[in-house]
Design a protein around this ligand. Structure first.
Ligand SMILES: Cc1cc2nc3c(=O)[nH]c(=O)nc-3n(C[C@H](O)[C@H](O)[C@H](O)COP(=O)(O)OP(=O)(O)OC[C@H]3O[C@@H](n4cnc5c(N)ncnc54)[C@H](O)[C@@H]3O)c2cc1C
Length: 417
């Protein structure tokens, strides 16, 4: 059978299938995913699911009936190993899965996501050493956490810090080891990094910055410690490695698609080959608001937006309007909400006192607002998101005034008569 083949059944793949149907597409759709369970959400894996307040049934995006009613054929537990495309410009071809199944298609979408980056040191194959990408990983960590006493999280990014917060909330001795000189270095300003360092330390976590891991040590096949470059040995019976992800580009490369730290797509989610689209964590794309350069965004919002664009492209419709990127992270009782992209900023404005655990940071370049990080201040997040979406300026000197709410600054100014 042919029709549309979507390889990768997760946030982007599901959205793509649903958007095709919402747009009136009646062609057969096959959504093939390597994981054995029906498509599910990843964000709770380092939050409520790890904590034990959400079970795996609550993770599913949709019920089996939902897919069946829309004629979306979900093939779970099958990894596409090879793709064969007919001569260009046709996008038809066949896919072969690891179980030997052949799937024909005349339109192809790659939504294959990413795999966790591995630590290149001895000892990573010891029991008790984990990565966190899928629900099986999370279930194993949850199980080991129940009996662990000392947890070392390698990598002070969002996933590592969320997991560290869960471990600490469960009373474990927790150390976060980060090679850079601050936490979450790729995504937030130093003031926000420093806030998170203090917030985790206030809650009893040890944070070691500028610390590289030399080896993981074990006994009887089980991890017992983390050895740092300076010779320090941190006791550990659970190690979580959260040092980023590597986009899965191997299928794309095998069929000759341009890749550059991700499958290269344009704002229509088109790859370098006509009729083949890609979306989500596996892609690099122009900046979603300025169309400049290439960025790789690892977020639900980006996966959904690109999948909608990919569906529009396959259906021959114009892409949906540009959307302000957003993201969130929950650590303890701290809710971080981010709108916009801070990359390239040359000025920050801090509103509120980070010591109160309620503050926001606005990012500017050449006086133009780029983004906000809001910790426990949803109003600032919503206001900046709206300002960025509507093109309303919030001047840095106004944002600096503690007596004015950001919302007030957004409101149209009264004209003088
Ligand atoms: C623990 C965790 C917490 C997160 N928290 C947040 C958050 O708070 N906020 C936020 O915005 N984002 C968060 N994210 C990121 C967000 O989940 C991802 O951006 C999103 O899942 C990307 O969706 P995707 O469909 O592109 O890729 P993925 O979700 O990675 O899905 C890709 C799928 O393709 C499958 N696949 C790969 N290769 C093949 C193949 N050859 N054949 C068949 N199937 C294949 C994979 O098995 C996988 O199921 C989090 C991610 C993780 C792991």
């Amino acid at each position: 059978m042919s029709g549309t083949l979507i390889v990768g059944a997760s946030q982007a793949g599901v959205q793509l299938a649903v958007s095709l149907r919402e747009g009136g597409d009646r062609e057969p759709i096959t959504l093939v995913g390597a994981e054995s369970r029906p498509p599910y959400q990843r964000p709770p894996l380092s939050k409520a699911f790890l904590l034990g307040t959400a079970d795996d049934t609550s993770l599913a995006f949709r019920t089996p009936d939902f897919y069946a009613e829309r004629g979306i054929d979900v093939v779970a537990g099958e990894r596409v190993e090879t793709l064969t495309l007919a001569a260009s410009p046709s996008a038809s071809g066949t896919a072969t899965t690891g179980r030997g199944r052949t799937l024909g298609f005349d339109r192809l979408a790659l939504t294959v996501g990413a795999r966790p980056r591995r630590l290149a040191v001895p000892g990573t194959d010891l029991d008790g050493v984990h990565h966190l990408r899928d629900v099986e990983d999370a279930a194993r960590i949850r199980r080991d956490l129940a009996s662990a006493s000392a947890v070392v999280v390698v990598g002070g990014g969002f996933i590592g810090l969320e997991a560290a917060a869960v471990a600490r909330a469960q009373g474990r001795v927790v150390t976060v080891v980060e090679a850079a000189d601050r936490l979450i270095p790729r995504s937030v300003a130093p003031v926000v990094s420093e806030f998170y360092r203090r917030a985790h330390e206030r809650r009893g976590t040890v944070v070691r910055l500028g610390a590289a891991v030399r080896a993981l040590s074990g006994e009887g096949g089980r991890v017992r410690g983390v050895v740092l470059d300076d010779g320090t040995r941190l006791p550990a019976d659970l190690v979580l490695v959260g040092i980023g992800i590597v986009p899965r580009t191997e299928l794309a490369e095998a069929i000759g698609l341009a890749c550059d730290g991700g499958i290269v797509v344009d704002r229509y989610a088109r790859t370098s080959r006509d009729g083949v689209v890609a979306a989500g964590d596996c892609t690099v794309a122009p900046h979603p608001l300025t169309s400049e350069g290439r960025v790789r965004l690892e977020s639900v919002q980006n996966a959904v937006r690109q999948a909608r664009a990919a569906a529009a492209t396959l259906a021959g419709r114009p892409p949906p309007a540009a959307e302000v990127p957003w993201f969130w992270s929950d650590q303890f009782d701290l809710k971080l909400q981010i709108a916009g992209l801070a990359a390239g900023h040359d000025e920050v404005v801090v509103r509120g006192d980070p010591a109160t655990e309620r503050f926001s940071v606005l990012y500017y370049r050449d006086g133009s607002l780029l983004a906000v990080d809001a910790v426990n201040v949803p109003a600032d997040y919503l206001t900046v998101r709206k300002a960025l979406a509507t093109g309303v300026a919030i001047a840095a000197e106004d944002a600096r005034r503690p007596d004015r709410s950001l919302k007030e600054l957004l409101a149209p100014r009264p004209t003088l008569r």
